[in-house]
Ligand binder design. Structure first.
Ligand SMILES: Nc1ncnc2c1ncn2[C@@H]1O[C@H](COP(=O)(O)OP(=O)(O)OP(=O)(O)O)[C@@H](O)[C@H]1O
Ligand SMILES: [Mg+2]
Length: 340
């Protein structure tokens, strides 16, 4: 497979030939007009594209997989045309937790290239900025002020309430809504046709239902199901059966059965081998808990809230999630004893 690498910042992004691409990349909209739903957001952004000099900092808030990162990249492309890559710095705030790293990279970026005619400013896209600590956000606020002459920030977040007020008040806030079933199903149908994959429409609805409007998740599920042949309820059920969500539910069951080491090994495999984020892990764990026999256990709910908080604060995920599973295993054993 031949690969073409596109130089950006020091996180080199590798784009493969289109037939080998993951569908989430292959079908990622390249212009604002290709983005579906989010009508209000798009029409406000089109007004900005028409008068880019007036663009404020932007905050995109909304559920996962609804187009925030995609729209930010489309906007950069439409404002800066062929130079967009050179003048856009994409940072993932949850991977680059240390604010010093963020500051250094923004500084280097702001100084490495002179601006060209027709390029009004540089754009820093700070993805998942709601996972930054309050201290880091306070430092970010100063960085935004220092560099605001030459740079516009686009922050993305699942919850705008996790962004400190002084940053929110410096940004125009755009709210992304969950994607509608009919639109997602139509979109998936279009992809099946382009890929020449046979499908049943009700299986596409099943994909929507198990992904709750998260297009990234839906596209990944569609692509996995397509490798099993036709997209029908059987192939979709097989894929959802092995989805991350149900794997986390399995880890939680193992912990409640008292098998701490077994649960911990499965958790480490999910994080390190499958690449699941610790935030997704705890989110799915919370869902699994609410459907389990322990749904009303105050200790289990507290343990989940504590683990979530510590992960948000940037603690070591292996240690925090191991401690969490140990607590669930202890609860499971207590419950077992009280039944006897
Ligand atoms: N409104 C949309 N229209 C078309 N495609 C979409 C839309 N929303 C998401 N997608 C598809 O889903 C994939 C994920 O979208 P994106 O990365 O923009 O989500 P996000 O909102 O940034 O999610 P997260 O909060 O998890 O970062 C994209 O590759 C794109 O193909
Ligand atoms: Mg994103």
């Amino acid at each position: 497979m031949s690969k073409k690498s596109i130089p950006s910042d020091d996180d080199e992004k590798v784009i493969t030939d289109s037939e080998h691409l993951m569908w989430v990349e292959k079908y990622r909209p390249q212009s604002l007009s290709e983005v579906f739903n989010q009508k209000e957001v798009i029409s406000r952004l089109e007004a900005i594209v028409a008068r880019p000099n007036e663009m404020p900092h932007l905050l995109f808030a909304g559920p996962p997989g609804t187009g925030k990162t995609t729209v930010a990249l489309c906007l950069a492309r439409e404002i800066m045309k062929e130079y967009w890559r050179e003048y856009t710095l994409e940072l993932n705030a949850s991977n680059e937790r240390g604010i010093d790293t963020v500051r250094m990279r923004i500084k280097n970026f702001a100084s490495y290239a002179d601006r060209r005619e027709g390029v009004p400013f540089r754009i820093v896209l700070l993805d998942e900025s709601d996972s930054m600590t309050n201290d880091a956000q306070t430092a970010l606020r100063r960085i935004m002020e220092e560099s605001s002459k030459t740079t516009r920030f686009i922050l993305t977040a699942n919850y705008s309430s996790n962004i400190i007020e002084p940053i929110q008040s410096r940004c125009a806030v755009f709210r992304f809504s969950p994607l509608r079933q009919e639109d997602v199903v139509n979109y998936l149908e279009g992809i099946c046709k382009k890929e020449g994959v046979r499908y049943e429409r009700n299986a596409l609805s099943l994909i929507y239902q198990s992904t709750e409007g998260d297009m990234r998740h839906a596209l990944n599920m569609l692509q996995s199901a397509s490798t099993l042949g036709e997209i029908d309820s059987a192939s979709v059920n097989r894929v959802t059966g092995i989805s991350g969500k149900s794997k986390v539910a399995g880890v939680i069951d193992t912990a409640f059965a008292g098998d701490f080491l077994g649960a911990r090994n499965k958790m480490i495999e999910l994080l390190q081998v499958s690449g699941m984020s610790e935030h997704d892990f705890i989110k799915y764990a919370n869902e699994a808990l609410s459907k389990s026999d322990y749904a009303s256990s105050i200790e289990a709910i507290q343990a989940t809230a504590e683990a979530d908080y510590r992960l948000m604060m940037g603690s070591n995920p292996d240690i925090q999630l191991s401690a969490y599973l140990a607590q669930l295993a202890k609860l499971g054993k207590q419950m077992e004893r009280s039944k006897k």
